[in-house]
Structure formats: structure tokens, C-alpha cells
Design a protein around this ligand. Structure first.
Ligand code: GLN
Length: 493
């Protein structure tokens, strides 16, 4: 029998077996997790707040049901960390911003409701870049999150807290949000699995909006199977989200181990031939070999417009952010500046004091791109290019089943090394943002370590609504990955 200390390092599927075999109680898993978090959270900084009362309430229900021999939903009793830009009723949702520092959610996001229905205990709310704007988690108004593999390095952003929590075994599962890579990039930097669903698959109701046409909530886990199970739980139609797709409940797990023989993997030429760190290139070549050995056919695919994607994204995302963030004016939510004589002064001071530098930079960029004199030159052009990028993907998927590239051209960088240069920071997103622009599903699978022992993630992208095929390819890669055999759950090494 495993000790509880060992159990918290296992996958969700393994923890479920232990629960059903009555080797451990759901409440005991929480005891062990919280002890672990208490020891390390001040150092890693992954949680903004803990939601102990709610977590234990759910875990107790699970233990009672197991004692009575009742059947349980697939992930019942498995701890989950929730990004702090997703609402959970009666608990704080801060988006790691001073402007929402004391905001308590009056309602549950749809995904939070689904977690409750599935008896998944929420351990706490995780740190992020303020309003999910960033790639390194250095834009949080509260503190930096550190990468559990090397505390001098960033965990990636913006869902850095969620990724670090799962990597450090402070939680078995987590949810994040991905507008331009904020699930996949931190998953890659922290050596775990992270996935962005097709746009519209998962309800955005109750997610604090950043770029509404790009935002999707998605799962983090330590294995592809766990990630697929959690994706099933959170997917589905929601009348509260006008962009939600009305489709039957998906099945992402049945086909995980299907043969990929004879299927085609497209390697994105623009993210293969130039700009990759040496070790990342070596890992990508190994992933290519792996698929060849599994009998898949490898095809080089060119997506020539990828070079414009950063420019397009940072116009579309900032334009939408400037509009979404107009609601924080000191009247309706959160922080209000003191000692103001007029309404305008109150608006101005509240926003000046409440938002951090990166958020202000984005609001200014977005407002500029949408202003009447520049709308055609920037916003309209960006939207036109976005369509052409989407067309390139549609064309590519006529030739191949899935696409593959590294999740990031390099591994996690040192804290502070890019904060002075926003453009260098924005370039970190080159491999991830296209999936958001095209609305397609994409995920990161940990595959190798670089020479500094930092994880390298491989990204798999699939056509709209083809998550199940993507999970199948990811699962096969995971089974063959050295990472999976050697380093899983072992960041301490
Ligand atoms: N790094 C990107 C940005 O700063 C993506 C963020 C995200 O996906 N939320 O906009």
C-alpha cells in the first residue's frame, strides 16, 4: 500500500483506484496535499488563496458515497486547483490584480458548477499574470510564481500557478485559461500536460474576460489520460455563453490507445527549420522518429502566415481587452480610489492605481488599434489576416490528421530576464497563439529534458472539434516519451 505522501504524486486515474479500493480517503488526500502546500507555497507561490472549507465538504461527500458503495463520477475526490480568474461562489476571484484584490464571486462559473456536480474538490485559487496577460507569471500584482523544477526560472504564463501546482504535486489536476498559449506554455515549462479545447467547447461563463474571441478554459494534468478525463468534465453546451457550441457530450478517452499507423502528422516547417534552441530541435526530431516508429507518416507542412501571427494576436487581443476591461471603473467591482472630487477623477485614479503596467500597456495598445483613425489600418487588417491564417490551417488539415511543433522554441527562462523587453516576451508565444487565432484545439505533452534538466513540451494541434484524435496522438507520444518513464512526478530529481 502507498503512503498518502506517495499517493498525492500519482495520477488521477491511480488515485481513483486507491479511493475505490479504500486504501485512502478523499479527505486524507486533502490533508496530505495541504501539508505539502503549507511547506512550499511561500517558496513556489502557486496559490493566491486556499478554498479548504469547500474542498473538505466535497471530499467528505465522496468518502460517504464510497462507504455506502454508491457509484461516483470519474474524477470524484480528485483534487483540482482553479485559476484565480475563474469564479467560485463565496470565494475571492482576483485575476491577480489589485483592482479585484478583495472581490468575492457572487456566482459559480459554469466550469466550477461542473466541478461541483462531479464532486471534484477545489483546493485553492492559483496565481496568474494579471488578467491573464503575460507569458511568465511575472505580471501578477501579488508575487511571482516559481518553476518547481528550478526556482530561479519562470513557470510560464499566464496560468503559471495552475501549472506549478500540478508539477509540484500540490494538486492532481488544475484548470487554466488560454488566450494565446497560457495553458500550453506553462504546461511545457513545468513538465506537465496542458490542453486548449476548440473555441466554444467549454463555456466561458464566469471566466474573467481578456480576449473574448480567443479565450478558452482548459485542463492541466500529469498524464494525457487525466487531461482527457477533465476535458470531458468541463465540456458542453451552456446557454449562458453565446459562443458555446451545442453538441453532445464528447468522449475523449475511449480512443486514447488507438493505433496511429497510417495516419499523417504534419510538422510545421516554420517552427522546425529556424529559431529553435538546440535541445528543443533534438527533442522535436525524436518526436518525429517516435511517430515514424509507430507507423505514422510524417509530412512537412508550411504555414507561411505564421510569421504575422504575433502581430495579429497582439492587435486582436489588446483590442478586445481594452473593451473588456472598461468595466473596472471603481463603480461596479472591486477597488475604488479614495479622496476623489469628481466622477471622472474617480475613474481615472481607480484605474491608474488598480491596474499594473502590462495591463495598462495593453489597454492603450487596444484603444489605439480601435480608434477611428487607425481602425482600418490595424484592427481590420488584423482580422483579415486572422481569417487567412485560419484558411492555412484548413488547407493543412486536408493533408494531415494532426500538426506538430514544439510548444515553445525554448525552455523556461530565468526570472527577470525578459521583463524589460515586452517584445522579447511576446515572442515566447510564437508557437501557441495561432491555435487561438484559428479556434482549433491544441495541447502540450512533456517529452524530454534539456541540458539544464528543464522540461521540453511537444505541441499537437488538431482540426476544430477533433480533440479525440489529438488526445490519441498525445497519448501515443506520452507512452514512448523518455520523460514519462524517467521523470514523471519527479521534479526534485
Ligand atoms: N502570453 C499571451 C499574452 O500575454 C497569452 C496569454 C494568455 O493566453 N492568456 O497575451
Amino acid at each position: 500500500m502507498n503512503t498518502t505522501e506517495e499517493l498525492i504524486k500519482l495520477s488521477a486515474a491511480e488515485q481513483r483506484t486507491a479511493l475505490l479500493n479504500k486504501e485512502v480517503k478523499a479527505t486524507e488526500i486533502l490533508d496530505s496535499l495541504y501539508a505539502h502546500i503549507d511547506k512550499e507555497n511561500s517558496e513556489i507561490g502557486d496559490f493566491n488563496s486556499l478554498t479548504k472549507e469547500a474542498a473538505y465538504e466535497t471530499a467528505k461527500q465522496v468518502d460517504e458515497k464510497i462507504a455506502k458503495g454508491e457509484t461516483l463520477p470519474k474524477l470524484a475526490g480528485i483534487p483540482l486547483a482553479l485559476k484565480d480568474n475563474i469564479n467560485m461562489k463565496d470565494y475571492k476571484t482576483t485575476a491577480s490584480s489589485k483592482i479585484l484584490e478583495n472581490f468575492v464571486s457572487p456566482y459559480d462559473a459554469t466550469v466550477t458548477k461542473k466541478l461541483k456536480e462531479n464532486l471534484i474538490p477545489v483546493v485553492g485559487k492559483t496565481n496568474l499574470d494579471e488578467f491573464a496577460m503575460g507569458s511568465s507569471n511575472e505580471n501578477s500584482a501579488f508575487n511571482n510564481v516559481k518553476n518547481p523544477w528550478d526556482l530561479k526560472k519562470v513557470p510560464g504564463g499566464s496560468s503559471g500557478g495552475s501549472a506549478a501546482a500540478v508539477a509540484a504535486c500540490h494538486s492532481t489536476l488544475a484548470l487554466g485559461s488560454d488566450t494565446g498559449g497560457s495553458i500550453r506554455l506553462p504546461a511545457s515549462f513545468c513538465g506537465i500536460v496542458g490542453m486548449k479545447p476548440t473555441y466554444g467547447r467549454v463555456s466561458r461563463y464566469g471566466l474573467i474576460a481578456f480576449g473574448s474571441s480567443l479565450d478558452q478554459i482548459g485542463p492541466f494534468a500529469r498524464t494525457v489520460e487525466d487531461c482527457a478525463m477533465l476535458a470531458e468534465v468541463i465540456s458542453g453546451y451552456d446557454e449562458h455563453d453565446s459562443t458555446s457550441l451545442n453538441l453532445p457530450a464528447p468522449d475523449f478517452t475511449t480512443n486514447l490507445n488507438k493505433d496511429v499507423k497510417g495516419l499523417k502528422v504534419g510538422v510545421i516547417r516554420e517552427l522546425y527549420e529556424t529559431g529553435l534552441a538546440d535541445d528543443v530541435k533534438v527533442a522535436l526530431d525524436k518526436a518525429i522518429e517516435t511517430y515514424k516508429n509507430l507507423g505514422a507518416e510524417i509530412v512537412m507542412i508550411s504555414l507561411p502566415l505564421i510569421k504575422y501571427s504575433i502581430a495579429v494576436y497582439y492587435i486582436v487581443a489588446t483590442a478586445e481587452a481594452s473593451s473588456n476591461l472598461a468595466r473596472y471603473d471603481g463603480v461596479k467591482y472591486g477597488y475604488r480610489a479614495k479622496n476623489c472630487n469628481t466622477l471622472i477623477e474617480m475613474y481615472n485614479k481607480t484605474r491608474a492605481e488598480g491596474f499594473g503596467d502590462e495591463v495598462k500597456r495593453r489597454i492603450m495598445l487596444g484603444t489605439y488599434a480601435l480608434s477611428s483613425g487607425y481602425y482600418d489600418a490595424y484592427y481590420k487588417k488584423a482580422q483579415q489576416l486572422r481569417r487567412l491564417i485560419k484558411n492555412d490551417f484548413d488547407k493543412a488539415f486536408k493533408e494531415v490528421d494532426v500538426l506538430m511543433c514544439p510548444t515553445c522554441p525554448d525552455t523556461a527562462f530565468d526570472i527577470g530576464s525578459k521583463t524589460e523587453d515586452p517584445l522579447a516576451m511576446y515572442l515566447t508565444d510564437i508557437a501557441t497563439i495561432t491555435a487561438n487565432l484559428a479556434g482549433i484545439p491544441a495541447m502540450s505533452v512533456p517529452f524530454e529534458l534539456d541540458k539544464n534538466n528543464m522540461p521540453i513540451g511537444i505541441q499537437i494541434l488538431a482540426p476544430v472539434l477533433e480533440e479525440s484524435k489529438m488526445f490519441n496522438f498525445a497519448y501515443k507520444l506520452e507512452q514512448m516519451a523518455l520523460f514519462n518513464k524517467k521523470y514523471k512526478n519527479n521534479y526534485e530529481k
